[in-house]
Design a protein around this ligand. Structure first.
Ligand SMILES: [Zn+2]
Length: 386
C-alpha cells in the first residue's frame, strides 16, 4: 500500500478511537503499533502514558510532539458527520480531533516513516511523540517526559495547526479563582445573613475593567481576562455564604504568576475578595497524578533564531517559497518546552486553525503527506543551522 494511503488509514483509525484527556490509552496503543510498523528503532510508552518512537542515536535530540487527546463533543447534532466516524469528503478527512491534533500525529509518524525508507540519517536522534493530556493541561505530559523520565530534547517541533506555515510563539494563560465569603441565613430571613453573591458583583465589574490596564506586547497585542464561571452553594433557599468566580487570563511573554496575581489582588482585596491560582487536577491513563498550578506561560522565539531559519529553509527546499511565520492565539505544549524549560520550539502542522474545536473538524488529505515530507527533511536541515 502506498505510504499516503497508510497515513490516511492510520489517521482514520485514530479518529475512530475516542481519546478524551486522561483516556488516551487505546489511541496510544494504536500509535505505538504504527511507530513499530514504520520501523522505529525503539518504541515505548513513558510514565505519563505518551506514545514514543525513536529513530537514530545522534547527538542532537529532536522531539516531534502532536497530542492524541481531543476536546469533548458538546453537541453531536451539530456535526455533519458523527465525530468518531472518520469520513472523507472534498479531499479532507473529517472527524473529532482531525485538526487538533490527530492529523499532526499521522503527519509526524509518516515523516519518520519517510526517514526510515530513504535512510535519511544524520547526527540526530528523532523522537516522535503521540502526547497525552494536552487539551486539559498542555505541557504537563511533556514536563513529565523531561523531568520524570529524563528525556531532554534540544529542539521541539509542535505539529499543531499552522496550515503548513511556521509558528514561533503563543500567549500564555492561567486560571485565577476569586472568592467572596458572607454569612449564610435562611432565605426567608435574608437580613440575618450577608450575601457573598452580592459582594461579588463589584468584583466582577472590577475584574472586567482591568482589561483596559493589562500589559501590551508588540506581537501579541494586549493581554485579556474574562470571568468565565461563577459558583456558589447549591441551595436555592439560603443566603449564599460563599461565591467563587473563575477568571481566564491570557498573558503576553514577560508576565509571571506573581505579576498576574499581585495585579488582581490589588484590585479585588479592597473589595473584600481573595484570589488564588487553583491546581489543575491531572490523572494520566497510566494512573499517575500530575496535578499542578493552572498556569501556562507564553513564549516567543526570536525571529532570527536558527530554528526558524531551518524551518524556512525546509519549506523553501520542498515548495520553493518561504513560509509565513506567525504566532498562535491558543496554547500548546510549547508552554512547557519553550515557556518553562527554555527549549527552542517551533510550530509546523498540516491542520488549519479554523477547524480546531469546531463541528467542522477536518484535515486536508493533500496537506498530510506534504507535512510528512517537511518532518522527514527537517532533522537533516536543522543540522546545518544549529
Ligand atoms: Zn491541539
Amino acid at each position: 500500500m502506498a505510504m499516503a494511503e497508510r497515513q490516511t488509514r492510520f489517521l482514520a483509525d485514530l479518529i475512530a478511537i475516542r481519546s478524551y484527556t486522561g483516556q488516551e490509552r487505546a489511541a496510544v496503543e494504536r500509535t505505538l503499533a504504527e511507530l513499530g510498523a514504520i520501523g522505529c528503532d525503539e518504541v515505548w510508552m513513558d510514565s505519563a502514558g505518551n506514545a514514543l518512537g525513536r529513530i537514530g542515536h545522534g547527538r542532537r535530540v529532536i522531539l516531534y510532539d502532536a497530542h492524541l487527546d481531543t476536546n469533548e463533543v458538546a453537541d453531536e447534532s451539530e456535526w455533519p458527520h458523527p465525530p468518531l466516524q472518520p469520513t472523507v469528503e472534498n479531499g479532507a478527512m473529517w472527524g473529532l480531533g482531525a485538526s487538533d491534533c490527530k492529523g499532526g500525529v499521522a503527519a509526524i509518524v509518516y515523516g519518520a516513516a519517510i526517514i526510515k525508507v530513504l535512510k535519511l540519517t544524520g547526527d540526530f536522534t528523532l523522537l516522535v511523540m503521540g502526547a497525552t493530556l494536552e487539551e486539559d493541561a498542555e505541557g504537563f505530559a511533556l514536563r513529565s517526559l523531561v523531568e520524570r523520565d529524563g528525556v531532554r530534547p534540544d529542539v521541539v517541533l509542535l505539529a499543531e495547526a499552522t496550515d503548513l506555515t511556521l509558528r514561533r510563539g503563543q500567549r500564555g494563560r492561567c486560571e485565577v479563582r476569586v472568592r467572596t465569603t458572607g454569612q449564610a441565613a435562611h432565605a426567608s430571613q435574608p437580613h440575618l445573613g450577608e450575601s457573598a453573591l452580592l459582594k461579588m458583583l463589584p468584583v466582577i465589574s472590577a475584574l472586567d475593567a482591568m482589561n483596559a490596564t493589562l500589559p501590551e506586547h508588540p506581537i501579541f497585542g494586549k493581554g485579556t481576562q474574562v470571568v468565565s464561571l461563577i459558583e456558589g452553594p447549591h441551595t436555592p433557599n439560603s443566603v449564599p455564604a460563599w461565591c467563587e468566580v473563575a477568571l481566564d487570563r491570557r498573558m503576553v511573554p514577560g508576565e509571571t504568576l506573581d505579576s498576574v496575581l499581585s495585579g488582581i489582588r490589588a484590585v479585588v482585596e479592597p473589595l473584600g475578595a481573595k484570589s488564588y491560582v487553583p491546581d489543575q487536577p491531572v490523572l494520566t491513563h497510566t494512573g499517575l497524578r500530575l496535578d499542578g498550578p493552572s498556569y501556562y506561560p507564553g513564549w516567543l522565539l526570536d525571529e532570527a533564531h536558527p530554528l526558524i531559519t531551518a524551518g524556512r529553509a525546509t519549506c523553501e527546499a520542498l515548495w520553493d517559497k518561504p513560509p509565513a511565520v506567525d504566532v498562535w492565539r491558543f496554547s500548546t505544549d510549547g508552554t512547557y518546552s519553550a515557556g518553562v524549560a527554555g527549549i527552542p520550539t517551533l510550530g509546523f502542522g498540516p491542520e488549519e486553525e479554523q477547524y480546531v474545536h469546531t463541528a467542522q473538524d477536518q484535515v486536508n488529505l493533500e496537506k498530510l503527506p506534504r507535512a510528512a515530507a517537511f518532518y522527514a527533511l527537517f532533522p537533516c536541515v536543522v543540522g546545518e543551522y544549529l
